[in-house]
Ligand binder design. Sequence first.
Ligand code: NAP
Ligand code: GLV
Length: 310
Amino acid sequence: MPVMLFACFHVDTQAWKAALAAADPGLEIRVWPDIGDPAEIDYAFVWKQPKGVLDGLPNLKAVFSLGAGVEHVLLDDSLPAHLPLVRMVDPTLVSSMVEFVVMRVLHYHRHMPTYEQQQREGLWKPLSQTLASDRRVAILGLGELGAASARALTGFGFDVLGWSRTAKDIAGIRCFHGPDGLEAMLAQADILVCLLPLTDQTRGILNRRTLSLLPAGAFLINAARGGHLVEDDLIPLLDGGRLAGATLDVFATEPLPTDHPFWTHSAITILPHTAALTHPGTASRIITANIARHRTGKGLVNVVDRAKGY
Ligand code: NAP
Ligand code: GLV
C-alpha cells in the first residue's frame, strides 16, 4: 500500500483526507508531523509547508503540489534535486480562474467602479459603453490558466493579447513573447491580467516602469503571485492616474497585514488568494491517478521543469 505524507497547510485537512481516501482507498495518508516511520513514505503532498518537511524521507519518490504554482516548494532546500515535482493541473482549477478573470474584466469593462461611486453619491448618470472589440485585454502567461482565460475573453469579443516565454500561435489571440514582446503588448493593454508563474525571471515584473507602459487609465488584475508586483509602486501609479484600478488576489505577505495601505485604497479590490481554489474532490482523483501511473511504471504527468521553475 503506498503511503503519502500530507503536509498541506491552511487547508481543510479532514476534507482532503476524505477526498483522497475516496479517490483511492488503497492510499495511506499520514498527516505531518505524525509521519510514523519516515522510510515508509512514498509520496509527499505539500502546500504552504514549513521548510524542511521533506527532510529525512529516504524512499520518497515524488512530491505533489496542491497548487498550480510551485515556487513555495522550489524555495524549500529539503526538496531533493532528483525527485519529480508535480504541479496541479485540474480543469476545475482552470474554470475557476476563467470565471475570476472574466468577472473582473467585465467589472472594469462595464465601468462598475464608476457606477458604484455614482451610487454612493446618488448620481444617475449613464456612461458611454465601449465595444468589447475596442477593449484590449492582455494576459501575462499563456499556460493552462492564461490560455483558457484568453480564449474565454475572445468569446465576449474582446481584443485579446497574450504574452509567454516561447512564441505561440493561438487562434483569435494576438501573441507576444520575450522582453521586446512584453513592451509591445503593454503599450496596448487597457486591462492587464497577470497569470505567470513566480520565477527569478518574473519576480517584480509588475513595477513602476512596466506598468507605466500601459495606456493611461488602464486596469491591473493580479491573480498569480504577490511577488510579481512591486507593491510600493502601485499606489503612486493609481494616485497619479497612470492606472485606474487594480484587483489583487495575491500579496507579498499573506494574509495581507491589517495595516497595509492597499486595504483602504478606493481603487484597489482585495481578495484573500481565492481566484482559483484547488478542489479536493477533483484534485484528489488527479493525484491518485498520477500515483497509479507511477506505480505501474508509466511516467508522471505535469512534472515541473526545475530549470525553468514552472
Ligand atoms: P503554466 O501552465 O505553467 O503557464 C505559465 C505561462 O507563463 C506559460 O505560458 C509560460 O510561457 C509563461 N511564462 C513563464 N515564464 C515566463 C517568462 N519569463 N516570460 C514570459 N512568459 C513566461 O502555469 P498555470 O497553470 O497557467 O499557472 C500560472 C500561475 O497562476 C501559477 O504559477 C500560480 O502562481 C498562479 N495561480 C494562482 C491562483 C490563485 O488562486 N490566485 C490559482 C492557481 C494558479 P511558455 O508557455 O512559453 O512556457
Ligand atoms: C494557487 O495559488 C495555485 O497555485 O494553485
